[in-house]
Design a protein around this ligand. Structure first.
Ligand SMILES: [Ca+2]
Ligand SMILES: [Ca+2]
Length: 89
C-alpha cells in the first residue's frame, strides 16, 4: 500500500521534472536566435541599435563584436541584412 503510494509519487515527480526540462529547453531554443543580440526573445529596434553601435567595426583577435551576426569579424551590411530579415513585422 505504502510502496504503491511512493511509486505514484515518484512517477509524478518524474513527469514534473521531465516537463520542466522540456519547457526550459523550448524556452532556451526560442531565445537562441543569432539576430536577437540582447537575447530578450524578440528581434526588434533595440537589436538594430546594437548592430549600429558597432557598424563597420572590425573584431580584434578572438573577440566577437556585438552585432557581428554572421561572425566574419566585421559588423557591416551583411549583418544588417540578416537582422532586417528577422525583424518582427
Ligand atoms: Ca532583442
Ligand atoms: Ca559580420
Amino acid at each position: 500500500m505504502n510502496l504503491k503510494k511512493n511509486k505514484i509519487l515518484l512517477l509524478f515527480l518524474s513527469v514534473l521534472v521531465v516537463g520542466a526540462i522540456v519547457f526550459a529547453s523550448l524556452k532556451f531554443q526560442k531565445k537562441e536566435v543569432a539576430e536577437d543580440l540582447n537575447k530578450d526573445g524578440v528581434v526588434d529596434s533595440i537589436d538594430v541599435q546594437l548592430v549600429m553601435s558597432n557598424f563597420m567595426k572590425t573584431a580584434k583577435g578572438d573577440i566577437v563584436l556585438v552585432g557581428d551576426i554572421n561572425k566574419d569579424g566585421v559588423v557591416n551590411a551583411a549583418d544588417i541584412n540578416m537582422l532586417v530579415s528577422k525583424l518582427k513585422k
